[in-house]
Design a protein around this ligand. Structure first.
Ligand code: URP
Ligand code: ZN
Ligand code: ZN
Length: 460
């Protein structure tokens, strides 16, 4: 009887406080030994990690696999999206339910679970979207929180798509979530400001992609954060602001925190590495995502907030559309499906343009992509660090290779990539999900689909 299913030897293991040259013993999907000189003869399989860094599997806490947007569906489903994720060292995705009109929160959750089950190569969680509201469903909020679905999500915009929750409904939902110890993730953009700017641009015939940015100003983000934070403070509820894009939004979030609102902040690589100048490119409409990318000064403020520890997570808002889908809107900003791919490039980009370029420390990157999301979403008994007893979700990273990013190399559904030709300072050679090798030498090798639904332990 072998002591280990797998021993990974000779690698440099990235622990919370240090990088250590130790071996990793894996049994039944868990890390069971972390020490030097593990006996390879005691393992069914061995993996040589010489000259590589070994990271805990990363968590992308904001993805949209196969969701309806503007008469189409985002191109990745859980199967293709989880392949792309594994390619880039992501071993957990946290996605969202899709609540149809008239469908209760639980019905939407059951439907989404059905889509994910048996289709994801990596473990996944589901945030509960609230896009329709009926007081008859209110009791489900506490019940779902007690079952480990502690994080809900609402939009302060997208009224035209029937997704916005406002007024008394918003207050009631936020209060109920807060009362039961959950938290509300918020897409924060003030709909009135956006509706006015959009109507003006449409009336003027300003349809080019740059008017996506002109129609969704940073002031709209700041106002929505300010308003929601004041309400959350009144109701003693917690907020998590998704895809923070601007300095104004950041300042609103920090001001709310200083006044006592419990508020987590998330940003995404597109707001760190790109500006609204992308919309001026010949294929600028492909880059339409909401909120829009901003200015270099906004990006700089977000980098600084990452370094200072003010922003808690970096996620992707992965919501890819193919070129055909992006072209279907005729280059009109208001008809182009909004969303871009990102799950495969999150870690390589943050490592290269954050850690390598000296903007954030290695320790901070670990916090942003692993430890903080595991903690915030109640997964830290299994995910987010390399330690005995944790899931053997691991990423081997070879810094000796400089890699040019190309959509064709990424095993997902997107046929273009916002970071095409961008060079990253290393390569994910291997990704393991609970001890199973999904990526080997940079290629997807997973066959049986074994990703499991994760629930938050914060409900206990
Ligand atoms: O444009 C985007 N980001 N699409 C996905 C939905 C959202 O708002 O996060
Ligand atoms: Zn959003
Ligand atoms: Zn999103």
């Amino acid at each position: 009887m072998m002591k280990y299913d797998l021993v990974i030897h000779s690698g440099n293991v990235v622990l919370s406080e240090s990088v250590s040259r130790i071996d990793i013993g894996i049994q039944d999907g868990k890390v069971v030994a972390l020490e030097t000189g593990l006996d390879p003869a005691a393992a069914t399989q061995t993996l040589d990690a010489t000259d590589r860094l070994i990271f805990p599997g990363f968590i992308d806490c904001h993805t949209h696999m196969g969701i309806p947007i503007k008469d189409t569906w985002s191109a990745d489903n859980f199967e293709s999206g989880s392949r792309a994720a594994a390619w880039g060292g992501i071993t957990t995705i946290l996605d969202f339910t899709v609540q149809a009109r008239g469908q209760s929160y639980r019905q939407a959750l059951e439907e989404r679970r059905g889509r994910a089950q048996g289709n994801s190569h990596i473990d996944y969680g589901l945030h509960v979207n609230v896009t329709d509201n009926n007081p008859a469903w209110q009791h489900e909020i506490g019940e779902l929180i007690s079952e480990g679905f502690t994080h809900f999500k609402a939009f302060t915009t997208y009224r035209e798509a029937g997704m916005m929750i406002e007024g008394d409904d918003f207050r009631r939902i936020l209060g109920e979530i807060g009362r039961h110890g959950g938290f509300l993730m918020l897409h924060a953009e003030d709909n009135e400001l956006i509706a006015q700017a959009t109507a003006h641009n449409l009336a003027e015939g300003n349809l080019a992609p740059i008017y996506h940015a002109r129609s969704r100003p940073a002031t709209a983000e700041a106002k929505a954060i300010k308003d929601a934070a004041a309400l959350a403070r009144d109701l003693d509820a917690q907020l998590y602001i998704v895809h923070l894009s601007s300095q104004a939004g950041l300042e609103a979030g920090l001001e709310a925190r200083a006044k006592g609102t419990k508020i987590y902040l998330e940003t995404c690589p597109q707001y760190l590495l790109m500006t609204e100048g992308m919309f001026e490119r010949p294929n600028g409409h492909w880059y339409i995502t909401t909120p829009p990318m901003r200015t270099a000064a906004d990006a700089e403020a977000l980098w600084q907030a990452l370094a200072d520890g003010h922003i808690n997570t970096v996620a992707t808002d992965h919501c890819p559309f193919t070129i055909v889908q992006k072209e279907s809107g005729g280059r009109d900003f208001n008809r182009t499906p909004n969303g871009i791919p990102g799950v495969a490039t999150l870690f390589p980009l943050l490592y290269t343009y954050g850690v390598r370029d000296g903007r954030i420390s290695l320790k901070r990157m670990l916090e942003l992509l692993a430890e903080n999301p595991a903690h915030i979403f109640g997964l830290d008994d299994r995910k987010g660090k390399i330690a005995v007893g944790m899931d053997a979700d691991l990423v081997l990273w070879d810094e000796r290779e400089m890699v040019e990013l190309h959509a064709a190399d990424i095993p997902g559904a997107a046929d273009w990539n916002p970071y095409e030709y961008v060079v990253v300072a290393g390569k994910v050679t291997h990704t393991l999900s609970r001890g199973r090798i999904l990526i080997a030498d940079g290629q997807f090798v997973g066959h049986d689909v074994r990703g499991e639904l994760l629930v938050s332990r914060n409900s206990h």
